[in-house]
Design a protein around this ligand. Structure first.
Ligand SMILES: *[C@@H]1O[C@H](CO)[C@@H](O)[C@H](O)[C@H]1NC(C)=O
Length: 134
């Protein structure tokens, strides 16, 4: 008896999709992005060392005792917050940036605090706080 083609296809689909689903489940988190303007130095991670402008400050949700310093996050603009501009997201609405600073709980209104330049690549100017995934 020949092996059944449908069984083979089902096995292949399971092997191909399972890791992708796992990766997506662990990679997608929802949060809020706010932005800040220069001066960006000194930063909590690098002091006066220049790290460019595609940078961000981590809230307590991400900071983890400075262990996320230097990590790169991919942030996607999803939508406005309640009172934000109606259509804050622009273009492909995705930015990859590096954590260089800490956004302390008493000063932070979001999950991640983007530099103005990082923010400008995913959102219109003055978008304010936006919903993101990262
Ligand atoms: C925080 O960092 C430690 C040390 O790298 C790591 O083991 C732990 O999983 C991190 N916690 C979270 C919530 O990512």
């Amino acid at each position: 008896m020949a092996p059944r083609a449908t069984d083979l296809v089902l096995s292949l689909m399971t092997f191909l999709w399972f890791p992708i689903l796992l990766f997506r489940a662990s990679a997608q988190r929802y949060g809020i992005a706010t932005f800040y303007t220069s001066p960006y130095k000194p930063s909590a991670c690098y002091g006066f060392e220049d790290q460019g402008v595609m940078i961000a400050a981590a809230s307590e949700a991400i900071w983890n005792g400075s262990t996320t310093c230097g990590q790169h996050y991919q942030v996607t603009c999803l939508s406005r917050m309640n009172l934000g501009v109606p259509k804050p997201c622009r273009g492909s609405a995705l930015v990859v940036m590096q954590i260089v600073d800490r956004c302390p709980a008493n000063a932070c209104r979001g999950t991640i605090h983007l530099s103005q330049e990082a923010s400008a690549s995913i959102a219109v100017p003055n978008a304010g706080a936006i919903n993101i995934n990262y």
